[in-house]
Design a protein around this ligand. Structure first.
Ligand code: ARG
Length: 579
């Protein structure tokens, strides 16, 4: 028997291509037909005028003559589909070979040597993070973890909005209101700043004079006036402390926090350069870029310098791409924001393509990974009763509080410290998972009941499934990691074969999630896996079985644990050994 490949789908694809010269279209098959199916024969036969059955037979024969054939039961079906059923010994071989998360990461080196920047979270300072900041943080983190698994060098960069127009308004209003900060806690300070900002916005809306003052404050800040700079620094420090609390709670880390302000001195040079190359032009006093070949952006300008001469979001992003390319030599930059920024990023990418071509430097891949809105029951962006966006701090506190109720009802014998730890992992996990489970490009309706349920596709259900497997090993008095070395797996019962089959689809799911950067594929898969495990465990004797069978089945439990753990780790969901 040939050694089992890690990813059967990819393996079959490569193998069939040795025999044919068209796209074989290898897909997972409906279980009653086999594990994988070659769908490319029929369309190719039609195109080339060969009867599909005949072409299928030729290909089948060629495959059967190859060494790899003993990994599969091959058959021709219907109008010319080839079915691949993985032979049981090949499944056993797979289970023996890919036993630990380390084995998985050694087998997934597709991105080795690649440097990928993930630009995510990126809240604007002077405000606390709210529910609108949830998805970038959670999805961005999961994507970064996925790249890492595939061997890339990942640079996580939090591109804070710390240099925007909000500071003009804030500094203007701060000057008006006399507040003694000394007695305020950091939390109160940031809340107080939010109030000042709100009142400042109201002022500028009703008074032209206030608007002008805010503009003047912003210009003074941008010109480096020391007093403004020191206030601005203080606001950012206070803000970041409040972000950090959330990052610590949800387990998100960054390699760099280079906010918009970091690029402020580079922007003028870049604007000049874009003018010299004839890419940017003056339009009504502003500096803009048009893309003449684009149906949309031939008329809709990409504004890189406002009429008042101030730099903006767009010019800052241009400077940021150049910095990342020069400093980190990155191969790819991934931006994770909501769908409303799609135009911005399309225009940014088009501009960078032209600019980098003109300056003759390597163009990194640029991808905007956008997502939909988190909605309330009414289908509109979720808000508090008073119409404000819900703060992440409040949202997570509520989740942890609700989780505590569930945890206490499940096992009242846990110590208080254990209960607190588990409630946090379950509450935070529920929100993160409830988000990642959604196809990222869809909006979704936020529902406490759905995401905290112990049944259905939720974090608590999966965390519980994992804890149950740990409990099996506690009862057997064996460390599950010990089973990684057990090499005599024998699959006997249909339920154990079904479970083993599901396990070896994990690599295909990982690649599917990677291709489109959609973590929900992983969620769907691990949920199904947990269900299949549960049927296996309730129908098949494990702990009471004869020793050899016992160890073989415990290995199967351990492999399931490894895959569930790996999946949950990729999603940033904490694993609990006890729940
Ligand atoms: N600060 C922006 C916002 O709150 C997101 C920044 C995303 N990253 C970027 N390089 N533009 O919408």
């Amino acid at each position: 028997m040939e050694a089992s490949p890690f990813d059967f789908q990819r393996f079959i694809d490569g193998w069939v291509r040795e025999v044919i010269d068209f796209d074989p279209q290898i897909f997972p098959a409906e279980p009653r037909f086999g594990d994988f199916q070659c769908n490319g024969i029929f369309p190719h036969a039609k195109k080339s005028g060969i009867p599909p059955r005949q072409l299928g037979e030729q290909i089948l024969k060629a495959l059967q003559a190859s060494n790899n054939a003993n990994l599969f039961d091959l058959s021709l079906a219907g109008a010319g589909f080839i079915n691949f059923q993985i032979a049981t010994p090949a499944i056993e071989g797979w289970l023996e070979k890919y036993a630990s998360e380390k084995d998985f990461s050694e087998a997934t080196r597709d991105l080795a040597g690649k440097i990928i920047v993930v630009d995510y979270s990126c809240p604007n300072t002077a405000k606390q993070m709210h529910v609108g900041h949830l998805r970038s943080m959670v999805i961005g983190d999961a994507i970064a973890r996925l790249f890492k698994l595939f061997g890339a060098e990942v640079i996580r960069d939090n591109h804070l909005g710390d240099w925007g127009t909000q500071f003009g308004i804030l500094l203007m209003q701060l000057r008006k209101e006399k507040i003694s900060w000394e007695n305020l806690s950091p939390d109160e300070t940031i809340e107080c700043l939010e109030g000042i900002y709100r009142r400042g916005v109201q002022e500028t809306q009703i008074s032209e004079d206030a608007m002008n003052q805010a503009r003047a404050e912003l210009v003074a800040l941008q010109n480096g006036d020391p007093e403004r700079i020191s206030r601005w620094k203080w606001i950012n420090t206070v803000s970041y402390a409040s972000f950090q609390e959330i990052y610590d709670l949800v387990g998100v880390k960054f390699d760099h926090v280079l906010g918009e302000s970091f690029y402020r001195d580079r922007i003028n040079g870049i604007c000049d350069e874009l003018c010299q190359y004839g890419i940017a032009e003056k339009d009504n006093g502003a500096l803009v870029v048009f893309h003449r070949d684009h149906p949309h952006f031939q008329r809709q300008p990409f504004i890189i310098r406002k009429r008042d001469g101030a730099s903006n979001y767009a010019s800052t992003d241009l400077a940021t791409v150049l910095y990342r390319q020069e400093k980190w030599h990155c191969d790819e930059i991934i931006y994770v924001t909501d769908s409303r920024q799609r135009d911005h990023f399309q225009q940014l990418f088009l501009t960078v393509e032209r600019w980098f071509a003109a300056r003759n430097c390597a163009l990194p891949g640029l991808r905007h990974i956008w997502f939909g809105t988190v909605c309330g029951e009414d289908g509109k962006a979720i808000k508090t009763r008073s119409g404000e966006p819900i703060r992440l701090k409040t949202l997570f506190a509520e989740a942890i509080h609700r989780a505590a109720g569930i945890v206490a009802s499940k096992d009242p014998s846990l110590t208080a410290a254990d209960q607190a730890h588990i409630s946090q992992a379950v509450g935070v996990g529920a929100i993160k998972y409830g988000d990642l489970l959604q196809n990222r490009t869809s909006d979704y309706i936020f529902s406490w009941d759905k995401m905290l349920s112990l049944e259905g596709n939720t974090a608590p259900y999966l965390q519980y499934a994992v804890a149950r497997i740990y409990a099996i090993f506690r009862r057997a008095n064996i460390n599950p990691n010990m089973m990684e070395k057990f090499h005599k797996i024998k699959l006997l019962e249909p339920q154990e074969i079904a479970l083993a089959r599901k396990l070896l689809f994990y690599p295909c799911v990982l690649r599917q999630a990677l291709a489109d950067l959609r973590p929900h594929f992983i969620c769907t898969y691990i949920y199904e896996l947990a269900g299949i495990f549960s049927s296996f465990y309730s129908s098949t004797k494990v702990l009471g079985a004869d020793p050899l069978i016992l160890f073989s089945r415990l290995s199967l439990c351990a492999r399931t644990l490894t895959v569930l753990r790996s999946g949950l780790n990729l999603l940033g969901i904490e694993i609990l050994e006890k729940m």
